[in-house]
Write a protein that binds this ligand. Sequence first.
Ligand SMILES: Nc1ncnc2c1ncn2[C@@H]1O[C@H](COP(=O)(O)OP(=O)(O)OP(=O)(O)O)[C@@H](O)[C@H]1O
Ligand SMILES: [Mg+2]
Length: 161
Amino acid sequence: MEAFDVDLPTLQATNRLGECIGRFALPGDALLLIGELGTGKTTLTQAVARSLGILDKVVSPTFTLVNEYREHASDSPKQFPLFHFDLYRLESAQTDELGLWEYWEGNRGLVVIEWAERLLDHPDDFLEVELFHAGEERRARLISHGERSFAWLKEIVSCWS
Ligand SMILES: Nc1ncnc2c1ncn2[C@@H]1O[C@H](COP(=O)(O)OP(=O)(O)OP(=O)(O)O)[C@@H](O)[C@H]1O
Ligand SMILES: [Mg+2]
């Protein structure tokens, strides 16, 4: 496990972090987002989606469990889907019955989960991003959980620096 702390003084900084995360994402990767209301989880996901070349506007799934984005700009180097979950409205006990593992096994796309603190079960390997309020600003802590996410995190750190 390795951790990396980032100051996010502006919306643009959050967007740039999402761009770095997406640029080095691979199919089968899992990004678990943790943090209070309004800390920037959806903003970060939207930036990740843009860097994957996804054309549709990314909105948090509110009435469905997952939004699947499969359409990419034809010149985008990334052409794998984004599966975007938001567990806000769920109790932890419910998250076990969702069949989430189907999304993070099989290397089909990138799985992004808002309110991942609700999960009882985790992927074998995942990148955790915890977002915090810092006055009007935000901070993030990125933590890798496994070999693949450690490699991913190293690429994100060099992209950010
Ligand atoms: N680094 C930042 N500095 C200042 N404002 C930011 C920053 N990042 C995001 N914001 C703003 O914070 C607000 C909330 O962002 P967002 O909806 O992404 O949060 P969220 O964590 O998804 O919230 P929720 O828990 O309700 O899903 C938005 O207005 C967004 O523009
Ligand atoms: Mg959100």
